[in-house]
Design a protein around this ligand. Structure first.
Ligand SMILES: Cc1cc2nc3c(=O)[nH]c(=O)nc-3n(C[C@H](O)[C@H](O)[C@H](O)COP(=O)(O)O)c2cc1C
Ligand code: SF4
Length: 393
């Protein structure tokens, strides 16, 4: 599949053009267009954006909220930083269109703690949009008003999870909530709330301007559009690349200049670790969930170092609310160290830990604990040899 740039293309549509078009449409038509495009959220879970907006629009409750998740905590991901730096105008336009669609006048950008230097640039763009009447009171002569403020995160990975992000915004300890209720019905301060990733909001103006059919033609099957990938590790040209959904991981690596591949971590520490034999896998929710991060490890890398590093991260970042995640990650880290120390020497001895990984996936309260065992299962299964075969059960 060929590379096709939209979000990062040199030629960009005029600021406010999609907003103007949206305000000439009914709210229901804006939601319909986004839903028909089949765009799935770019924050990782891939929930259909139009469905989320439809639910929030239909929810009863005053003072609906639009929240942009700019926490970007997944190791290896830096694509939202690029968008916030260079495409803040499109982000604010996408949030404003979201506000119009669900009936909200208030937006918040929850910004990663390490990105405070981006605040002046985003605020400058906000001022410019206000001066053009694309943001603020009575936008473009209508009775629709919308404004955006920035709130800083404090550096916790789990606060990227939408409900702990909301808790954090409310000034509480950043811990995931029980769901239901879902944020679309009861989110920030119990108001109907949409939480969307930076890239999701940035994509919206293009869908409105070009139409859902145009968007559907990009990508593959139910995974439409293009996607940004932060490529790092053992590559000649690390950076942010835009590709159509459904591109193979091999196509990405070719463009980024990769010669020697032992493993590729797709979707961050909680994503999927693939081997050199899997480079024809397609970046889509049906095959290889795309996330935002692609980290390449060449053959000089010790994959047990990688595994230990990821598991230390999860032990550190688990909020500790639920036992499968709080205890499970510690046990998996102990197991990885036991393998390195020669205390576990066979596949047979690993069986209980693969069962533990399953329990964590099924029993953890939020996505952190549900996905943290992925690296353990993938790396042991695909990269570690035991006398009785590879680690997988
Ligand atoms: C531990 C954890 C961390 C997350 N971090 C982020 C993040 O940094 N940025 C993000 O957009 N979504 C993150 N998510 C996903 C959000 O919970 C949520 O699904 C997303 O913001 C929804 O936006 P989208 O529908 O546009 O993808 C995280 C989820 C989990 C479980
Ligand atoms: S899965 Fe982990 S991070 Fe999520 S609520 Fe449970 S302990 Fe906290």
């Amino acid at each position: 599949m060929s590379e096709k740039r939209i979000l990062t293309a040199a030629e960009q549509p005029e600021a406010g053009a999609a907003l103007k078009k949206s305000l000439e449409m009914t709210k229901a038509d804006v939601v319909f267009e986004v839903r028909e495009s089949n765009m799935r959220g770019r924050g990782g879970a891939g929930f259909p954006t139009g469905v989320k907006w439809n639910l929030a629009g239909a929810a009863s409750g005053a003072n609906k909220m639009v929240i942009c998740n700019a926490d970007e905590g997944e190791p290896g991901t830096f694509k939202d930083k690029l968008l916030l730096e260079k495409y803040a105008s499109k982000l604010l336009e996408g949030m404003t269109i979201g506000g119009y669609a669900i009936g909200s006048s208030q937006g918040i950008i929850y910004l990663r703690a390490e990105y405070p230097y981006l605040v002046p640039g985003i605020m400058k763009v906000r001022e410019e949009l206000i001066s053009k009447n694309f943001l603020g009171e009575g936008i473009l002569g209508t009775d629709f008003s919308f404004d955006v403020e920035i709130r800083m995160g404090a550096g916790a990975y789990v606060c990227g999870e939408e409900t702990s992000l909301i808790e954090s915004l409310e000034g509480k300890r950043g811990e995931p909530r029980n769901k239901p209720p879902f944020p679309v019905n009861s989110g920030y301060l119990s108001r109907p709330t949409i939480v969307n990733n930076v890239e999701t909001f940035v994509s919206v103006p293009y869908i409105i301007l070009n139409g859902s059919e145009w968007y559907q033609d990009l990508g593959i099957g139910s995974c439409t559009g293009t996607k940004l990938f932060s490529i790092s590790g053992d590559v000649e040209n690390p950076g942010v690349y835009e590709f159509q959904m459904g591109s193979t991981i091999g196509e990405l690596l070719e463009v980024a200049g990769v010669k020697d591949v032992q493993a590729v971590q797709v979707g961050g520490a909680s994503g999927t670790t693939i081997s050199a034999g899997e480079l024809d896998r397609k970046l889509s929710f049906e095959d290889l969930p795309p996330g935002g991060s692609v980290i390449v490890f060449n053959s000089s890398r010790n994959m047990m170092d990688v595994l230990e590093n990821f598991l230390e991260f999860f032990v550190h970042e688990s909020c500790g609310q639920c036992a499968p995640c709080r205890e499970g990650n510690v046990r998996l880290l102990d197991t990885a160290r036991a393998i390195r120390g020669g205390k576990i020497t066979s596949r047979e001895e690993l069986k209980p830990f693969f069962m533990l990984a399953e329990v964590m996936k099924l029993g953890s309260k939020c996505g952190l604990g549900q996905t943290s065992p992925n690296c353990f299962v993938d790396i042991i299964t695909k990269f570690i040899d035991f006398p009785d075969g590879k680690g997988g059960m």
